[in-house]
Design a protein around this ligand. Structure first.
Ligand code: ZN
Length: 244
């Protein structure tokens, strides 16, 4: 992934996977009212991304994210209601999700020309939202070799403290490598993005098909972090456009 600086004012920047479709994991460049982006404010934020990225004529599809494993298909723009996964095969439709510590995932099926955006906190990872998205595509004819997945900035193993019981459950499922316990620290740290990456490899994807930003939202102050800022934390946008 490489850093891209947007056009025009606002200082909008994003991490960009090397894909044939426009996509990015934005830094925090504005604080949504009430911490989340909602309704028209979300649409305006998406249009800000489109302007910065020099993309015209898009319809933006979004979600009300609720830490579920629900997935919606976007046939056009607008808020599609409560869910945490979103996909489309409709040319000109752009997908956006918002996060602040959870893992934002962007997915591409370059064979059938479809894209997806998924929000995965620990509940989504544990519940298997990314597996569900992949299974949905595979049942619909996607060839595994055509899939590429990018994991955006999220709270890293340096900062994501969890309780002992949760650490144990994740280690049982994905191995001890997803947990670390720094000396002198009472609680374990969870590497949530690594658990996701291991899950994707166990589903048969090659490591070359799964790219992780490796940026911690808590450490890197260009990003909002729920753990660092608390309940008033803003959100950053991750987006992908179905334009092959
Ligand atoms: Zn960190």
């Amino acid at each position: 992934m490489k850093w891209v600086r947007g056009e025009g004012p606002g200082g909008l920047e994003w991490l960009c996977p090397d894909w044939p479709v426009p996509a990015g994991f934005c830094t925090a460049w504005a604080q949504p009212e009430g911490a989340h982006w909602e309704g028209e404010a979300m649409q305006r934020a998406c249009e800000g991304v489109a302007i910065a990225a020099g993309l015209g004529g898009l319809e933006w599809a979004t979600l009300r994210q609720i830490h579920s494993t629900e997935i919606k298909e976007a046939k056009g723009g607008g808020c599609l209601g409560e869910a945490d996964g979103l996909w489309t095969g409709q040319p000109g439709v752009a997908l956006a999700i918002q996060t602040a510590d959870c893992v934002p995932l962007l997915l591409m099926d370059k064979g059938l020309r479809r894209v997806a955006a998924v929000h995965a906190g620990w509940r989504g990872v544990w519940g298997g939202i990314v597996q569900l998205q992949l299974q949905l595509w595979l049942r619909g004819g996607t060839q595994p070799k055509d899939i590429e997945i990018a994991l955006g900035p999220s709270i890293g193993p340096c900062c994501y403290e969890v309780d002992e019981e949760m650490g144990r459950r994740f280690a049982q499922r994905w191995g001890e490598g997803v947990i670390s316990k720094p000396r002198g620290m009472p609680k374990p740290r969870l590497h949530l993005a690594e658990a996701l990456r291991l899950e994707l490899l166990s589903l048969g994807l090659a490591s070359s098909q799964v790219e992780a930003a490796g940026v911690c939202t808590f450490c890197d102050r260009r990003f909002h972090s729920y753990r660092r800022e608390g309940g008033r934390a803003g959100r950053q946008l991750s987006w992908v456009v179905c334009r092959f």
